[in-house]
Design a protein around this ligand. Sequence first.
Ligand code: NAI
Length: 742
Amino acid sequence: MLRAKNLVQLVIKSNLCTTGSVRTAEAMATLSKRGQVAVVTLKNPPLNVLSYPTRASIVQSIKEAEQDASVKSIVLCGSGRSFSAGADITEFANPDLVFKEPNLIEVTKAVEACSKPVVAVMHGTSLGGGVELALGCHYRLLHKAGKIGLPEVHIGLVPGATGTQKVPRVMSIPNAIDMITSGRHISAKEAHKMGIVDKVLEDDYMNEGVAFAESVANDPVGPRRVSQMPVKVDETTPMVFKVAYEKVAAKARGMYSPLFCVKAIEAATKASSFEEGLQMEKNIQTFLAVSEQTPALQYAFFGERAISKWSVPDGSTSYKTAKGQEVKSAAVIGAGTMGVGITMSMVLAGIPTYLTEQNQEYLEKGLKMVQGYLAHGVKQGRMSEDKAKQIFSLVRPTLSYDDLKDVDVVVEAVFENMALKKEIFKKLDGVCKPSAVLASNTSTLDIDEMASATTRPDKVMGMHFFSPAHIMKLLENIRGKDTSPETMATAMDLGKRMKKVSVLVGNCPGFVGNRMLAPYSKEAIFLLEEGALPHEVDQTLEDFGLAMGLCRMGDLAGLDIGYKSRKEFGFIQREGQDDFLRKGERYSPLSDWLVESGRLGQKTGKGFYNYGKPGGRKPEADPEVTQMIMDVSQKAGITRRHIPAQEILERCLYGLINEGFKCLEEQIASSDEDIDMIWLYGYGWPRHTGGPMYYAKNIVGLPKLLERILYYHFQHPNSPYWKPSQLLIDRVSEDHPHASKL
Ligand code: NAI
């Protein structure tokens, strides 16, 4: 019976054992009644995650509603921002809690077994276990602005609470594969079209949901139990899976979970019963849970959240103590590749932004690029034409610096040249209001030197976006020696507003990302000099899971970028220079020769590879480059040899990681997570290995890493980045005291 005022609040208090400690948890599902409809409302703020007490409350509430003779049907809904964001992943650290009965599978079974129609009324973003809970209901309704998704694949798992078995019962197999392997958020309209949602609700979604529940009160629930529905297989099904495996494997870059998602869905098509398929889902989940990839992916998931709680390594400033200033308007100097992307990021975040150039022609070219990006967004269905127009209206083209006098932030994105950047900073300092933050998008140059051209070094930052700036999620914010906490917070807040993964780092050549990239790039070229070819180096790195090998990445970004930077840093004095030791370091002129012979990469149709035409994308090995590589080897006096894949991998990655340890040691980076997020979001590092620092510690192992770094240090004494980091030695010494003698 429903009690006083038709409201029973189920509060389950239980002693939950977390790792070593005991805590009391409260979670709720409230049960109320509207006419003959019982309403079970999840109340586990903020996102109604399905922790053990919540699961128990749901089962209890459904049971109570079922036993109440006056109830004809049941609505299951969520309070607050959304129906349910799924499993409580903080429970993952303690499997006893995940499996504590009722576990999520048992909850879905209890809901499905209810003899009265249960209607899920969803709003907000419902994810993972939340969607699986809804699949336990007999009907699923979703508010028109709501979204659903099964993101388990991103943390190395499959939707393992019946999801892989039920989704292919409510939609076509290709759609089920897409939904589960992509983990993407699906709009209400699309979810309805796919078949997983029975009805899209308008703004008055609760009343509509209750009315729907009333309308199905007398309908039999049997045919609505998803576990009893057939999977839609036909003669094309084997081919669908064959194509899916190939497509998913190509995209997964070595990550297991997307492939196992396909396998679990395939099991649904082959199993003789729902229960048999469910057992297969369980086996797959168990395998994934103990693989080395799942903790790495979960580390990456939590890492992204951890870095938003930023701090300076000495602890003097943090997100807690520093308050940023409000950014009402901004300006970008330079409408080239980066300036246009940065302007896009600003206006997409709703910030009116001046865009300025050196002349009208370049300014118009930049504006056309902005329009092109917006038109592409409309074509892709990401925004309406009206929205694109409204966003474009926030772009304020100008050739006059006077227009910038009231903006709150300026991001400079002109050529990578210190003299030019200093001239611009001086000009900005004279024009902009005293409180304005002046930032540079430089990828390598000294922020303090730029700050020295102004009277406000406390307001100067680096804001290093990645190309294409409106798409790439990473923003490396660089603090100079005089940057104030308020300026740091302004840049970090602005990054958040632009939906970037923002990492605060210190000032040094290349900052964190490009500094670590330097040994990697150098080693890749030395490997070419010693015997490898571009496709061999790239293939090894791509097999490891990097989005792109070094040579392909260079061709895409433009080989002239590195060339200009080497010139700026004095490594190139004149064209055609062919000495192999510069500034006391081993040096290969190969990349310079490529640029000097007009091979700038994809944009000129030729770089390390031949692309057929300027702007071409398909790389082909080029005999001309092979000859150039042979010439370099000969001039360097190197007898070419076969280089095993393991050596390619170690030499490209271990030097990079050693540099990461040096960034920590010198307090350029604050934490392993900061470095890992930089590499995951800026450089296409494979997420299933967690990032370079996680990979070093948990997959390679620090003692082995140190041993190999020492080996290469002795082999290549003229490459300073092989000198082992003291911090790495210290960390190894914690377990191996003899290492401290190094
Ligand atoms: P770009 O050559 O495409 O664009 C630079 C633009 O600045 C040109 O349109 C030029 O006309 C304009 N410009 C030059 N002097 C100017 C002045 N006095 N006033 C106004 N505009 C002026 O160069 P890109 O690639 O956009 O690079 C810009 C900056 O971003 C550089 O510092 C670069 O190192 C950095 N960066 C580049 C990345 C890339 O992948 N291209 C990635 C991250 C940073």
